[in-house]
Design a binder for this molecule. Structure first.
Ligand code: LRH
Length: 481
């Protein structure tokens, strides 16, 4: 098997990147060719993603990739889930909404009136999140948009369409619409789509990770310097699905936390869990690569930190996160542990004031400084992570002896240590760029640069990215004592 190079386009909620992945049986290496911010835009009509700006940055990244590796084996695209563009006759109808726009909350009762949540859960296995695509579609209907749209493309599918001219829906991300069948080969759930009164024509043909979406349009090949036949391969286009591919789980008794804006906390399963207990615990069964199930719960994640810093920067632009985390490490006294999953923290805005209000309502001390706020956020996230790991284990019957933290949050040593402490389970941290690695690996396997099941791909990650180990305080103290 020869070594080769693929390009991963990975769009996160706060930043995006185009990475080259150099892969072979003994090689797995990333090279960033373009990193760019993803800045949502608030208009009087709502909170939106700047998808055209993102597409422009993707093209710049691919141009850079073309200069370095004109013979690239393929390109794969992933992004955050649930959001989409509506089209008519191949033209984008409006600026895609951000899932944090409050319009979704208003749409929830109308959906549950048609199909109660318990029935939805039995059909799609998804935890309740007000921004699941099916609620967003209800908001579109209320605004009259579904009368004109003839296609809906999730964000990575939209970028793939613009690169190839082919309209497809990649299945791991499509699972977050709530409109796929569960178990077996995923299909669009025609009866649910009908019950919800959605036009069937909105939904394009499904593709599975590893399948071909199309080839780079000749015009774009010329402008990027890449060959005209460069394939665009479906990867786990839901960023979390790609991240889970690259969790270096060498022990099957492991849980993962894909920690970026969100902390996605769960285990990988062969079959969905649809019990009343998992519905009550709001656990989701999202589609994974190779037909695996991502049984997980959304915890708020580093959003609480980044949004707090953004608030403080309005008064003092010099505030930044890293020194505050260092100061938070030095906080010794007890701090408030609040419910990081409280829905009040979902929308953009003044998170520290909302934390203060939560503390006052619950008789907990309000943090007295920015460092104390940061400490309180990290303690609360660690506690929420630990609780979700325990729930994932109880609900699935899977033993958890190790917790893997991947993604940006894995660089936060305080968060990793406190997660180990709260869970009483050792944490292995890294890789930071798990999502891009998972994207690269699925393409590399499709190109024949590597072979095997997810376990073989994970072994390659483990061999090339040494994790950092965090021992729970209880175990360290016991050893000492
Ligand atoms: C993480 C993520 C998560 C979804 C949310 C919308 O980036 O894709 O898995 O729930 O964004």
């Amino acid at each position: 098997m020869a070594n080769g190079t693929v390009a991963a386009v990975d769009l996160g909620a706060t930043s995006g990147r185009v990475m080259l992945g150099h892969v072979g049986p003994d090689e797995l290496r990333l090279e960033a060719v373009n990193r760019f911010p993803n800045t949502p835009v608030q208009t009087p009509g709502g909170l939106h993603w700047d998808v055209l700006g993102l597409y422009q940055s993707v093209l710049e990244g691919l141009g850079q990739a073309g200069r370095l590796q004109p013979g690239l084996a393929s390109i794969g695209i992933d992004s955050w889930a649930v959001d989409y563009g509506l089209l008519r006759g191949d033209r984008l109808l409006g600026v895609p909404f951000h899932y944090r726009d409050p319009r979704n909350t208003a749409a929830v009762p109308a959906v549950h009136e048609r199909v109660p949540f318990a029935e939805l859960y039995a059909e799609n296995g998804l935890q309740f999140l007000p921004f699941n695509t099916l609620y967003q579609f209800e908001a579109e209907r209320a605004a009259g948009l579904l009368d004109v749209a003839d296609r809906a493309l999730l964000v990575p599918d939209l970028i793939a369409f613009w690169l190839t001219g082919a309209q497809r829906a990649e299945s791991t991300n499509a699972s977050t619409t709530g409109l796929l069948t569960l178990g077996g080969e995923p299909r669009w759930n025609d009866s649910l789509i009908e019950l919800l009164g959605l036009p069937r024509g909105l939904f394009p043909e499904l593709v599975q990770p590893g399948e071909l979406i199309g080839t780079l349009l000749p015009r774009l090949a010329a402008s990027t310097g890449l060959r005209a036949s460069t394939p665009i391969i479906a990867v786990g286009s839901h960023d979390t699905a790609s991240a889970v591919v690259a969790v270096p789980m060498t022990d099957p008794d492991a849980a993962y936390i894909s920690c970026g804006t969100w902390g996605l906390v769960g285990v990988e399963l062969e079959r969905p869990v649809l019990t009343e207990a998992s519905r009550a615990a709001n656990f989701t069964n999202e589609g994974g690569v190779d037909g695996r199930v991502r049984f997980l719960h959304n915890v708020m994640g580093t959003w609480l930190l980044s949004e707090s810093v953004r608030t403080w920067q309005q008064a003092d632009p010099s505030v930044s996160l890293l020194p505050l985390v260092a100061a938070a490490e030095a906080v010794t006294g007890p701090v408030a542990v609040f419910d990081a999953n409280d829905p009040r923290f979902m929308e953009p805005g003044d998170i520290p004031s909302r934390i203060a209000a939560w503390c006052t309502e619950h008789g907990q001390p309000v943090p007295a400084s920015q460092a104390e706020f940061v400490r309180s956020i990290i303690e609360s996230l660690a506690e929420a992570f630990a609780r979700a790991v325990r729930a994932a284990s109880d609900l699935s019957g899977k033993t958890v002896r190790t917790i893997h933290i991947v993604g940006g949050g894995s660089q936060n040593a305080l968060l990793c240590q406190l997660t180990a402490d709260h869970a009483g389970v050792p944490v292995q941290a890294g890789p930071v760029e798990a999502t891009a690695l998972g994207n690269v690996l699925v393409q590399a396997r499709a190109a024949g640069l590597v072979s095997g099941d997810l376990e073989s791909l994970r072994a390659l990650v483990a061999a090339n990215f040494e994790p950092l180990h965090y021992t729970p305080r209880s175990q360290r103290d016991a050893r000492r004592g």
